[in-house]
Design a protein around this ligand. Structure first.
Ligand code: PMT
Length: 395
């Protein structure tokens, strides 16, 4: 999504300044035209020559020679996107308070495009209430803050403060700022993911092969489309920027979380593989072999989350279910659409090796009351984007 984007990377003075060179290269590789501005203290860590060579453009510093232009205004208006990487506590404080006392902060104050800051600093500086106040202010001003990671700091110990990896900064800004289609802007979407775990004893549970990949892909696609996303999941995979995750284990826990979240939601997408049954009794201690060979487990039915939501939904709410089938896919899917009072039922033929559980690809068919749309085999993310576009068209 960076093709044809014009970006200024502002490098400020910290030991992570050298990583800005990797970021600049990654942005250029992704198709952007990049210029670099540097504070005086950043130049103590890395030279302007490095960035001038990478970007093939002069670097903006406080020593910019008067050439008849007003550089901070010209640069601020030229760029679509502004990345402050690494962002020191000092530059965050200045940005949060509108202070413009050098070329970097003056240009940032004049900039109208989206801004991304990736802080890096000592953990005590990060934790300081003043820094946290400034970060909250920047977030309220619409600046995307990419938090530092926990890692080995220049101080010689592990703590939060390490600059996020350049690839992550590029990816997060892509998802959060550029890939957004706006199709679900202002909508609240609840998504379920993973296979539920039904406890047998303190060390065992009944579950299934769901990896949560389809649910996570849907969460990413919905976030890209501008939705406020809550993901209720039994598996925790890589965090998706801006997606709220609620971790659950059993079908009953998922039921409680979904019904609470659905009240305020516009759309539910039930991609989880929910166990239809759970053991009647959960043993307090690990079940032991009793010498006569077998063990009989009595099961009781779990609540049907999708059916409950389908029954409770208001006219302004849209409910989507999945169907994992191995035979007669269309008939079973249409039957579930009706029985669960869903607006859309997505069937995957889980007898295929390249679709359904665990794999990275899926092939699904979308069923509404009157339509049947088969999507081609594709990655789960590509499939999720098609599904989100389909849902957005119905709203
Ligand atoms: O997680 P992955 O490894 O990526 O795999 C993705 C997937 C195959 C799990 C996913 O694409 C999928 O098909 N999910 C639904 C699987 C399933 O359990 O289908 P079902 O036919 O049993 O249930 C139909 C629908 O009712 C589903 O939306 C399910 O979430 C819901 N349901 C089922 C039982 C129950 N007690 N409560 C429910 O809400």
């Amino acid at each position: 999504m960076y093709e044809d984007k014009k970006i200024i990377v502002y490098v400020t003075g910290g030991i992570a300044a050298y990583k800005a060179a990797t970021l600049v290269r990654a942005l250029i590789k992704a198709g952007a035209t990049v210029r670099v501005a540097m504070t005086r203290s950043a130049q103590a860590f890395i030279t302007p020559l490095t960035f001038a060579t990478l970007t093939k453009h002069a670097v903006l510093t406080d020593d910019w020679q008067a050439d008849g232009t007003v550089p901070h205004i010209e640069w601020a208006q030229w760029a679509d996107l502004h990345f402050v990487v690494p962002a020191t506590a000092n530059v965050l404080a200045k940005m949060a308070n509108g202070i413009a006392d050098d070329m970097v902060t003056t240009t940032l104050l004049a900039a109208v495009g989206d801004k991304v800051v990736a802080p890096a600093m000592n953990d005590h500086m990060w934790d300081h209430p003043a820094t946290q106040r400034n970060l909250a202010q920047l977030a309220a001003d619409g600046v995307l803050v990419i938090a530092p990671a926990v890692g080995f700091l220049a101080e010689g110990y592990e703590a939060r403060g390490r600059l996020a990896e350049p690839e992550e900064i590029v990816a997060q800004a892509d998802v959060r700022l550029l890939a957004k289609t706006g199709q679900l802007q202002g909508k609240r979407v609840v998504i379920t993911a993973g296979g539920t775990q039904e406890k047998l004893d303190p060390v065992r549970y009944l579950t299934n092969r769901s990896s949560g990949k389809m649910g996570y892909a849907l969460a990413q696609a919905a976030a890209e489309a501008g939705a406020e996303v809550t993901l209720i999941t039994t598996v925790v995979r890589d965090a998706i920027f801006g997606v709220k995750v609620i971790e659950v284990q059993s079908a009953q826990m998922m039921y409680d979380a979904v019904l609470a979240a659905f009240e305020m939601a516009d759309i539910l997408i039930a991609a989880a593989a929910v166990s239809d049954f759970r053991p009647v009794d959960v043993a307090d201690n690990k079940i032991k072999k009793n010498g006569n060979g077998g063990l009989t487990i009595e099961l009781v039915q779990n609540p049907d989350i999708l059916a409950a939501v389908g029954a409770a939904k208001r006219a302004d709410q849209f409910v989507v279910g999945f169907a994992a089938e191995t035979q007669d896919v269309a008939n079973y899917a249409k039957d579930k659409l009706r029985k669960k009072n869903a607006d859309l039922l997505i069937a995957n033929d889980v007898s295929r090796a390249d679709a359904g559980f665990e794999v990275d690809t899926n092939q699904v068919t979308l069923f509404t009351e009157n339509e049947q749309v088969a999507l081609p085999l594709a990655s789960k993310l590509a499939t999720a984007r098609e599904i989100i576009a389909f849902i957005a068209n119905k709203r």
